[in-house]
Design a protein around this ligand. Sequence first.
Ligand code: HEM
Length: 106
Amino acid sequence: EEGDATAGATIFKKCAICHIVDTDKNKVGPSLNGLFGRKAGTHPDFAYSAGMKAAGDGGLIWDETTLRDYLHNPKVKVKGTKMAFVGLKDDHDITDLMAYLKQYSK
Ligand code: HEM
């Protein structure tokens, strides 16, 4: 299923309190620019939790599958993550959000 990037831009408002995607700038959370294909916990100049760094060292790469799992339930996918976000319950919303984020991963 192809996501709707325009609908995804609206969903991203839930993330934008803490994340920027169109530039490399970090906020409360790391920049999500260039996220797809990136190893977890490796964006420059961001102070990640030990849990996120361990997940990356353990081989976690952000792709459609791993990002979906993380967004469903961040604290289950990455033990010890400091991302204070309950997650997104709706799979369709996640698909649309990923279509939006992918525009900034080229
Ligand atoms: C980490 C996505 C909402 C704060 C991350 C990471 C992703 C992500 C993919 C890992 C990035 C990496 O490994 O470089 C999202 C998306 C959101 C969202 C798509 C909305 C659906 C939020 C919100 C907050 C937040 C609302 C703040 C209340 C953080 C923090 C981290 C993080 C602090 C670092 C976690 C750690 O080091 O354990 N987020 N996030 N995020 N996010 Fe979010």
